[in-house]
Design a binder for this molecule. Structure first.
Ligand SMILES: [Zn+2]
Length: 493
């Protein structure tokens, strides 16, 4: 029985991978593709932000089932904006204590629905062992202690000590290193877990941890390894300069493959799955490419970060190229929608209506509606009832089927985001080249950004090597949990 290693490369994009393959600059990825299978069109979920996507990858569900709406969202019970740490100033404004608590404890233990199971939980139930190396979602049956560095411990008044759940082996950089004696300073050089290297949440740390587990002779049956560095570089340098960053990722994968002796030995012993959470879109360089939400919504009383809820009219959760906008007063929803639709740099404005979703377009009078069920099926086998102008979501009518255009799998994805919470909410996205700006949130003029439904943010490569077990086609990220669990039931691997 082979082991399975899934490498989750943040912001890996098919166009950049194809360029690099043509230029012969990524030998490890080339090897895995030559010896396996490659799809450039795997569709991720929406919002295209790591927290919501990783929840879907690990549970095999859209956000309407797993209940993690995005990286940033409004929690109506606690009446606060939840931020799993995106941007230093934003986190500072909300309180580092809150952000760390949400990212370390609440995401896995509270926000991720108990009605769904993770890959780790499914494998544990089948007697299989797993490791989660720096992955945001790690919920499972074992408990692991959090070790906060002293300055963080002090700054949070020692209130954030505790355990988090995970598979047999869990690392979150230096914060959690638990379940294996092989993940130790002898195996992971200290320089990789310094403060300025995100305390070990980086590619070098993760690959060293993975190599240590391979070398130990006690490699868990399933290992998820999260590689975040590519995301940081593409945000700063923009996707047009993504190849240099991908070459660095490839070197890390070479390093991991080398641990097995030969690369052939690696795929004889393991199934390798390479996937990403989302892509990125190049943002224009002029100020007009930042759509200032504070300015756009200035006629409303907006809940400011860190402020208690009193008589504010709405709350905004800015997820870069998408935002959740929550009307806190029932009578302002329509006025808010009119306001957003008047802005032509916004792409989609959508909200819950009846059992479905009503969608408008920024700067246009076009409108459409869809709901689950009905006579039209999509390429993923889901049925829909669609009315109004299909062009709003770039849908076309194929032979007894709805075909997706610029917004892959858009009906399930948009529905999944809006129904991730049972409160009124409006979703908006920006047109390509634009992103949203809010006070204290990071922006990326002339860099890269993501979050939207557009194919630039939504299509990721999928590489599977070391097995010919069938993959559902066209591939979706939400199908990968089922695929991994099935692999362990396929006696041929
Ligand atoms: Zn990012």
């Amino acid at each position: 029985m082979k082991k399975v290693i899934m490498l989750l490369v943040d912001s890996l994009m098919p166009d950049i991978l194809d360029d690099a393959l043509r230029h012969k600059t990524v030998p490890a990825l080339q090897f895995l593709i030559d010896r396996g299978r490659y799809w450039p069109n795997c569709v991720t979920v929406f919002p295209t932000m790591t927290a919501s996507v990783d929840s879907s990858l690990l549970t095999g569900e859209y956000p309407d089932a797993h209940k993690v709406p995005g990286l940033i969202w409004y929690d109506p019970e606690r009446k606060e904006i939840v931020n799993y740490i995106n941007g230093f100033w934003c986190a500072k404004q909300l309180g580092f204590h809150n952000c760390i608590r949400n990212a370390l404890y609440n995401l896995n233990e509270k926000h991720l629905s108990k009605q769904v199971t993770t890959i780790f939980e499914e494998l544990a139930a089948r007697g299989k062992t797993s490791a989660a190396i720096n992955a945001m979602i790690h919920r499972s049956v074992n408990k692991h202690p959090v070790k906060l560095p002293f300055p963080v411990d002090l700054a949070t008044g020692f209130r954030l000590r505790g355990d988090v759940s995970g598979p047999e082996v869990l690392t979150l950089g230096k914060l959690v290193e638990s379940g294996s004696e092989h993940i130790s300073e002898g195996n992971i050089p200290r320089r990789y877990s310094k403060f300025r290297r995100n305390l070990g949440v980086n590619d070098s740390y993760a690959v060293h941890a993975a190599k240590a587990l391979v070398r130990s002779g006690d490699q868990p049956d399933f290992m998820l390894v999260y590689l975040p560095d590519n995301d940081h570089t593409v945000h700063i340098r923009n996707p047009a300069h993504g190849e240099g960053s991908l070459i660095k990722v490839d070197r890390q994968i070479q390093d991991l493959l080398n641990e097995f002796g030969t690369w052939d030995d690696a795929i004889d012993q393991c199934v390798f799955i390479i996937i990403s959470d989302h892509g990125q879109t190049r943002i224009g360089s002029g100020k007009e490419y930042n759509i200032d939400l504070d300015l756009l919504l200035q006629s409303f009383r907006v809940l400011q970060l860190g402020e208690p809820v009193r008589d504010q009219e709405l709350a905004v959760a800015n997820n870069e190229r998408m935002a959740y906008i929550y009307p806190l007063k029932p009578d302002i929803e329509q006025e808010l929608i009119r306001h957003l639709v008047a802005e032509s740099r916004l792409d989609i404005i959508a909200w819950k209506d009846g059992k479905g979703v009503r969608v408008k377009e920024g700067g246009s009078a076009r409108e459409m509606y869809f709901e689950p069920g009905g006579r039209v099926s999509d390429v993923y086998g889901r049925n829909w009832n669609i009315s109004g102008e299909w062009k709003v979501l770039d849908l076309t009518e194929g032979e007894e089927r709805v075909e997706y255009g610029d917004y892959p799998d858009v009906l399930s994805r948009l529905y999944g985001a809006l129904y991730s919470q049972n409160i009124p909410v409006i979703v908006t996205t920006t047109r390509p080249r634009y992103e949203l700006k809010s006070k204290f949130y990071p922006t990326h003029l002339n860099g890269g950004s993501h979050g939207s439904l557009h194919k630039y943010d939504s299509l990721v490569p999928l590489i599977v090597a070391g097995t010919d077990h069938p993959v559902n086609e066209p591939p979706r990220l939400v199908d990968m949990k089922h695929f991994v669990v099935e692999l362990f039931e396929d006696s041929r691997i």
